[in-house]
Design a protein around this ligand. Structure first.
Ligand code: BGC
Length: 744
């Protein structure tokens, strides 16, 4: 038999076997095994290789002109940054020309919406509204999956306590408990009714782990922390994501205590795949396997591949370390084929679960794409989410909400007419999206109708130092009854590789605020940004401040809803706002120290700054409403309980203001004495309570020993009997408190 004929017969046999195994009703594991048995070593390595597409990129590009040939030869398992049914179909067709016809997975950073852009994740976290957050990801998944995407690189569940770090915008803030709940909600939102449904995309919990603790807030920097800190603060949202069924995890760029995350066996094999029983696959971050050379952890890409595959990184995003070295490592006996097989199986399994072996084009329906990408219902959900994300930081003399009858309003600042700055980092510019994006100017016009007199002045640019627009802005302000100033950061000032050492309002923006305030006109300042900023003068002098973050496609309408009282703000900060950069990191759940200050002025050899109070400018959990809420004293149904019992802590909440409104009632706990020291407060519960004006309601929280667990020095997660304090309030600072005991 000729070699050619032999090859043809083998191929026929192989493909027939794949289809036979598909035809028979086998379990996914059996189907995965049958495919694996047919694969050559090169094809196995190919499944572990992920490339960026050629049109856009989210990292440093490696020139590689023959990607299509490599797909055809079965050397690529997944692609990122390929969007749209036409484009994904085209590449999938090429994958179908490969010997075993193993479909590609298309991954994309769908971080806060896809076509319909939602508020950035930190802003959504301010809603403390888990069903709303889940719904936001549901919409994102519906649009992305309709556009050929199978996999989002989200949620980012990194705890971040340093607002200098540009990626603080992508997460849920500083609190591990809230972060864990939000992580679960996001995973459920993305994965919907489960992989296999064409409107579900695989979630990817990232960046595993502790990336948010980059030293000095400088992106990609090293991380050095105690084991207990890791477990107590940084791992809980990852654990929650795994428990919610996240299909994939992404490792991170940083080292953790000297070991790069991509080569970190403890994180990936021992914790994630071992202790937590994670059955999905781990993708590296962009080039992070190869970057272990720069870290000084491995000599070359050969060693990088050895380290990463041994540590449990299954897929190599863009470093080509696996592609160029893994087969050699196996043939030279450095890596057992079983290790490669395990990684391949994890990836194939997801391809089966997504249904791609049954129909590789099931996400390539152009008609569905057209429909979902322009679904007006999605804009309504985005507007709801955006309203829920706006934090009212200050409202002296109830300046807000503004009356819709206000005669002349001056709208000033670089964000009033900005189009794409509303969208924020990690959002896509679609050729036809400007028609969908609602600017602040448009949103306010929509709200007030044609008769309203709106004056506009640009005032100043975001970053530069020109004051040339001040005069025009002051003139506009002088003619108006009320002035709204819209300030903040450009969309490229917070995000990946966007760390800032100075997080004050950029340029001359605060000077413009001062100049407008000097006109004596009632002034509302809106801050559009991706991180907590420092704006002390504004906070101390301007009567009304709305933190509007970057709210996405419907920003203008949502902002107008809040400004004119059609929506009463409910959001609460998911992160503490520092008074100045020197205070960073400042977070509510710190330890007490041996010399805690008695009050903000106490400087008597206590743990304090001599030039600044310890407290943040705005505390975690803070956010006002147009109405006011009064908290009664905490009532406990008993003052001590055993581990098999429950304790109820209740409080009477009264809406004492002039509007109906919703309050997020927060419950914190302090364990007074522990075998390792415990934070002064830890969030352990919250309830969102709607009260009509004048209405009162008793709000009860049930506390069990389960809620009092923590990682002790041996990293056992358990409670310890002893004294506790419980706090209930509308933020982490202003709380009522009571004492209780957990008996043995
Ligand atoms: C980021 C990841 C992202 C990946 C792909 C990396 O630079 O750190 O979060 O998912 O690029 O775009």
């Amino acid at each position: 038999m000729s070699v050619k004929l032999k090859a043809c017969l083998c191929l026929l046999l192989a493909t027939t076997q794949v289809f036979l195994c598909l035809a028979q009703k086998k379990s996914i594991d059996q189907r995965v095994d049958s495919v694996l048995r047919l694969m050559t070593l090169d094809e196995k390595v190919g499944q572990l290789n992920q490339y960026n597409g050629d049109f856009s990129s989210t990292g440093p590009i490696t020139k590689d002109g023959d990607k299509q040939r490599q797909i055809r030869q079965g050397q690529v398992g997944s692609m990122l940054n390929i969007m749209g049914t036409a484009h994904t179909r085209q590449l999938q067709e090429i994958a179908m020309e490969s010997r075993l016809k193993i479909p590609l997975i298309f991954g994309q950073d769908v971080i806060h919406g896809y076509k319909t852009i939602f508020p950035l994740p930190l802003a959504e976290a301010a809603s403390w509204d888990l069903p709303a957050i889940e719904k936001s990801e549901r919409i994102a998944a519906t649009e992305a999956s309709a556009s050929g995407i199978h996999w989002t690189f989200a949620p980012m569940v990194d705890i971040a306590r340093d607002p200098r770090w540009g990626r603080v915008m992508e997460g849920s803030g500083e609190d591990p408990w809230l972060g864990a709940l939000i992580a679960g909600a996001r995973v459920r939102g993305f994965q919907g009714k489960g992989l296999g449904n064409t409107d579900a995309v695989m979630a990817c919990a990232k960046h595993f782990a502790a990336y948010g603790a980059a030293i000095g807030g400088r992106d990609y920097n090293d991380v050095d922390m105690s084991e207990r800190q890791l477990w107590e603060t940084y791992l809980p949202p990852f654990k929650a994501a795994a428990e919610a069924g996240a299909a994939t995890f992404m490792n991170s760029f940083n080292t953790l205590n000297g070991i790069p995350a991509s080569g970190n066996k403890y994180l990936q094999r021992d914790i994630l795949k071992g202790k937590w029983g994670f059955k999905g696959f781990v993708v590296s971050d962009w080039g992070s396997i190869g970057e272990m050379i720069n870290h000084g952890y491995v000599k070359d890409n050969y060693e990088a591949a050895l380290s990463a595959i041994t540590a449990g990184s299954d897929m190599d995003m863009e470093s080509r370390s696996y592609k160029n070295n893994l087969a050699k490592l196996v043939t030279e006996g450095k890596v057992k084929i079983a290790i490669v097989d395990e990684a391949v199986k994890r990836i194939l399994k997801k391809k089966f679960e997504l249904g791609l072996f049954d129909d590789p084009f099931r996400f390539c329906n152009a008609e569905r794409e057209q429909r979902e990408m322009n679904n007006p219902a999605h804009l309504l959900v985005a507007r709801e989410m955006a309203k829920k994300s706006i934090v009212l930081l200050k409202n002296d003399k109830q300046l807000l909400p503004l009356s819709k009858q206000t005669k002349t309003i001056a709208l000033i600042g670089p964000f009033i007419k900005a189009v794409r700055d509303n969208l924020g980092f990690w959002s896509y510019d679609w050729p036809d999206d400007t028609a969908m994006i609602v600017t602040q100017w448009q949103g306010i016009k929509n709200k007030l109708g044609a008769d309203a007199k709106l004056l506009y002045a640009h005032g100043c640019n975001i970053k530069d130092t020109s004051r040339a627009g001040f005069v025009e802005a002051i003139e506009a302000a002088l003619q108006a009854e009320v002035v709204i100033l819209s300030m903040g950061e450009a969309r490229d000032m917070t995000g990946e590789a966007k760390s800032r050492s100075n997080i004050h309002l950029p340029g001359v923006q605060e000077e413009l605020i001062k100049a407008i305030q000097a006109t004596g006109k009632p002034l509302v300042v809106m801050l559009n940004t991706g991180r907590p900023l420092v704006f002390n003068w504004t906070a101390d002098n301007v009567p009304a401040i709305l933190y509007t973050w970057w709210l996405g496609t419907t920003a203008g309408d949502a902002i107008a809803d809040v400004l004119f009282g059609d929506y009463n703000p409910t959001a609460k900060l998911p992160i503490s706002f520092p008074r100045t950069e020197g205070q960073i990191p400042v977070y509510y759940n710190h330890y007490n120290t041996g010399r805690p200050a008695k009050n903000e002025n106490d400087l008597n050899y206590v743990s304090a700054y001599i030039d600044l109070p310890n407290s943040p400018k705005f505390p975690f959990g803070f956010g006002l409403s147009y109405t006011s809420f009064q908290y009664g004293e905490i009532q406990l149904n008993k003052t001590s309980f055993t581990p098999t019992e429950k304790l109820t802590a209740s409080i009477v909440l009264t809406n004492s203001g002039n509007f109906d409104g919703e309050e997020t009632v927060q419950l914190y706990i302090r364990d007074m004495v522990g075998s390792v020291v415990r934070p002064v407060k830890e969030l352990k519960g919250f309830q969102k309570v709607f009260l009509k004006k004048g209405e009162s309601k008793t709000i009860s929280f049930s506390i069990s020993a389960h809620d009092l667990r923590f990682y002790n020095n041996a990293l056992q997660y358990n409670f310890e009997a002893g004294d506790f304090k419980v706090f209930i309030g509308g933020n982490s600072r202003d709380v009522k408190q009571a004492n209780f005991q957990l008996k043995k």
